[in-house]
Design a protein around this ligand. Sequence first.
Ligand code: GDP
Ligand code: IMO
Ligand code: MG
Length: 428
Amino acid sequence: MPDQGSCTVIVGCQWGDEGKGKIVDVLAERVDIVARYQGGANAGHTVHVGEDEFVLHQIPSGILHEGRRCLLGNGVVLDVQQFFEEYDAILERGIDIEGRVGVSYRAQLLMPYHRFLDKAVELAADTKIGTTGRGIGPAYEDKAGRRGVRTADLLNPERLAKRIEAAKSRVVARLDELGAGTQELDRAMDETLALSERLLAIATDVGPEISTALRSGRHVLLEGAQGTALDLDHGTYPFVTSSNTTAGSAATGSGIGPTQITDVIGIVKAYTTRVGEGPLPSEMSPEMDEHVRTLGGEFGATTGRPRRCGWFDSVLTRFASQVNGLTGIAVTKLDVLDTLDEVKIATAYRMPDGKTREFFPADTWALADVEPVYETMPGWKSSTCDIRRIEDLPSNARAYLDRIEELTNAPVKFVSVGTKRSQIIPVD
Ligand code: GDP
Ligand code: IMO
Ligand code: MG
């Protein structure tokens, strides 16, 4: 019998941008396959290798390790044009990518009309979501509405043309209603369809490939995009993305059974950030928000928008631990807090009715009015960037991590103290 394989899900536990890309890149060293299971080019995963910075939107963050197979599962909405731009850019930077990337035959294709509609709807909306404008909502709507086009449809150009025409004319009618232009749409459609052969050449059956690899003792990472609070069911609806970002969808979106998953590692930033609209209960004072944004370089990797900053919110991470079934957490960006006099953790919410609760509420509108209950801890006031062993961290930083672990209800497995691969502290 071959050695037992392993399948680890990497999932964001806040509002995205927790540093999933960096942790996946570090862990990719030990695995054979990295697969994305949901989302699309709304994701922006920044990875530093030596002096080089890569921002990955659709290609899994394992691509920067030689020889790793990188797959996009059925749960993703694939923006074909953006995908090949990213692919070619990586290739141009000297990474040997040929033959290493595979896309599921079952993946939904995100078409240019989805991007057009996303932007037009957002512009016209009274309640704005602050989407990334990448067409994610409309693409998942077409999937659920059974109007979507999948990689496998490229095998039959006649059927493909019919399905696209039906879906596209529906969107164009909606764009007309919204008074939005469609200039350049036909050109973008032509450019997308011209990539069909290229896409088919890398199309594969992702679920069977992963299952077979696991059975022969290989190691797999399933890389989540966005975060738990952006999950369509469990997040701050409607200020969420349009996919299930949580660990349950790692099986559905990659095409394996849930019993094949061995671990779920939640990625939590040492504080909280959010980009886009919607409540952020532990939002910092304007001065502190600005200060931490500067220290942490908190600007969106996909849209460049400033991220709002908040204190560590354990009400949210405890909920994330439960909904994702976390077996451990990786705490990232601890170094960003190195210079602060004190750090705060939200441990509960005082609700608008005056009651205190420790559970993340479903009522998003009430969430906008909650008053967090904070615990304040002393800062450590020294650099953690060069520390590689947990016992070498300043005692106040260790106390902070211990409290995060206790309140989140999941053991700390990694602490990240900088953008570099080497800036990681494994915890036994
Ligand atoms: P993702 O979407 O979850 O992959 O996260 P992003 O890449 O959007 O945002 C995380 C940002 O923090 C990126 O610019 C990373 O390079 C950076 N980063 C990740 N881990 C650390 C860390 O431990 N310390 C510091 N200072 N930056 C980090
Ligand atoms: P990564 O993978 C942070 C947010 C958008 C918006 C909402 C809906 O880098 O962590 P969408 O375009 O998905 O319809 O936008 O979700 N959002 C993200 N925020 N990180 C992301 O991805 C995000 N992807 C989407 O800002 O509030
Ligand atoms: Mg990001």
